[in-house]
Write a protein that binds this ligand. Structure first.
Ligand code: FAD
Length: 472
């Protein structure tokens, strides 16, 4: 392996190949995942600066039989982007590939390197007068390559789709170290199998995404945010239906937050001033993007909420008066995962079921969990408009989170995933499979789909060196 390290150093420069040989070098930022569920040991952390260097690194690793774990911002939640404990894997960090290559206003596209931080892309698009709508709480750290590799969702899926829907083309380094230039900005191209869709969501198991051509949208004239207390999950779903009817494509966000989840934000970040949470089981955050004017948006919101009050689907509501207030409301929503982490380790589920089944799913599964673990605390929140809940289980008050995970994680996962399957849902809505759910997939994924996935994996990565042990 020392020959490989020497080769990598000559390829990308010694400063960009970090190893444990130097005791002063701390690799934990790359070796430990965001949730601190896994801390591996890499043979080396390699940081190429362009696509040609990525290709050379992959070729060298393939020749040496070394497996590769690609990594962007390391914000993934399913332990997919950190090395295992073997000390033999090359951690390929893409963060030095961080250029916006081109913005084509007439085609409404931008072509960017995979290591660009999502927030920087939102800013670059805005500076050019456009909207790049992908948005999630990790946007200050996650990279577009990671977003594509996990087909990330976030808060705007309702209107603009998942990352897959925002991608028109890819540049990929294959497992053999070849470069596939598929950076077309075409919206129509029916010339055979869709390779782009194969790599999107593949979590680094088929190849390395080095660049992408992404869709841009016009900026809305105004964005308005409202926060509503609803008396039940059923009422939240009814409010969603009403909002879709009244706001149509203007409805760009619809998030639900359970009382306990909001209580955690209130407890750990009291400065955020969570509104209306104390007397209601759920609150909902709605966003209306309007292409006419703020007055038009406000009028639509007011009439929507008036009808919702009359029908009893909303019991109280506030509409943000300005951008600062709107940001404050979104900040509360996005602080739930952080508040939850402050409270202690918990068992996370990122699940989806058809929107129409969400109330029945919650009622049945909440009760089943309470029977299985009396006193367990449910941190239930998520992108209701997409049928996606972060349905997380916190230990009963006073129970140590670590012990809770050790003793109960398997049982709780099975209970929740079985319920998801009964309601026709998915055990991973937007975070991916990684290694956390890789062993679960055979139980819940259609067997024909699984064998097709395995065939694709062995066709594209016959040596099995691309992020092994992840997904399948
Ligand atoms: C606070 C918080 C909130 C979050 N909210 C959301 C949310 O709302 N919606 C959502 O979908 N996710 C969410 N996530 C999860 C995470 O941010 C996303 O999965 C994100 O897309 C990961 O990007 P990353 O650059 O950090 O990827 P990493 O964590 O570095 O990697 C993720 C996976 O992609 C692979 N990978 C990374 N880059 C490449 C590449 N260039 N080529 C091939 N494979 C690659 C890795 O091997 C790994 O398997 C959240 C995470 C946090 C911490």
């Amino acid at each position: 392996m020392s020959t490989l390290i020497a080769h990598l150093r000559s390829t990308v420069g010694a400063a960009h190949v970090l190893t444990h040989d130097d005791p002063a070098t701390d690799l934990s930022a790359w070796e430990q995942d965001w949730r601190k569920r896994a801390h591996g040991r890499a043979l080396a952390v390699v940081r190429p600066g362009n696509t040609a260097e990525v290709a050379a690194v992959v070729k060298a690793c393939a020749a040496a039989g070394a497996s590769i774990v690609p990594q962007g911002g390391n914000t993934g939640l399913v332990v997919g982007g950190v090395p295992d404990n073997s000390g033999t894997q090359v951690l390929l960090s893409l963060t030095r590939l961080n250029r916006v290559r081109a913005i084509d206003g007439a085609n409404l596209t931008m072509t960017v390197d995979a290591g660009c931080v999502l927030q920087n892309l939102q800013t670059a698009a805005a500076q050019a007068g456009f909207l790049f709508p992908l948005s999630l709480a990790a946007e200050g750290s996650c990279t577009i390559g990671g977003n594509l590799a996990t087909n990330a969702g976030g808060t705007q899926v309702l209107r603009y789709g998942n990352t897959r829907d925002l991608c028109l083309g890819l540049e990929v380094v294959t497992a053999q170290g070849e470069v596939w230039d598929g950076l077309s900005g075409l919206r129509k191209d029916n010339t055979g199998y869709d390779l782009r869709d194969l790599f999107v969501g593949s979590e680094g198991t088929l190849g390395i995404i080095t660049a992408a051509t992404l869709k841009l949208y016009p900026q809305p004239a105004a964005k308005l945010t409202a926060w509503a207390a609803v008396p039940s999950m059923q009422a939240a779903v009814e409010l969603l239906g009403l909002a879709q009817q009244r706001l149509a494509a203007g409805l760009t966000g619809f998030e639900v937050m359970g009382q306990f989840a909001l209580g955690l934000v209130d407890k750990h970040f009291p400065q955020l001033r969570v509104p209306l949470w104390q007397d209601t089981p759920y609150c909902v955050l709605l966003e209306n993007s309007d292409f006419e004017s703020e007055a038009h948006a406000r009028g639509l919101f007011e009439s929507l909420l008036e009808t919702a009050f009359e029908r009893g689907t909303v019991t109280d509501a506030v509409v943000a008066e300005n951008l600062t207030q709107a940001k404050g409301l979104w900040n509360i929503r996005e602080s739930i995962p952080l508040a939850q982490a402050e409270e202690g380790l918990n068992i996370k589920h990122d699940i989806s079921v058809p929107v129409s089944s969400i109330p029945a799913f919650c009622e049945a599964t909440d009760a089943e969990l309470q029977r299985a673990i009396p006193g367990m605390r449910l941190v239930n929140f998520g992108h209701l408009g997409d049928g996606n809940l972060h349905y997380n289980v916190q230990a009963p008050e006073g129970v140590d989170g670590k012990a809770f995970l050790r003793d109960e994680e398997e049982r709780i996962n099975t209970l929740v995933f079985d319920a998801v399957a009964r309601f026709g849902g998915s055990i991973s809505a937007e975070h991916g499979v990684g290694s956390l759910k890789a062993t679960k997939l055979p139980h819940y994924k259609n067997p024909v789909a699984l064998s097709l996935m395995r065939a694709i994996k062995s066709a594209l990565d016959p040596q099995g060196l691309m992020n092994p042990g992840r997904v399948i």
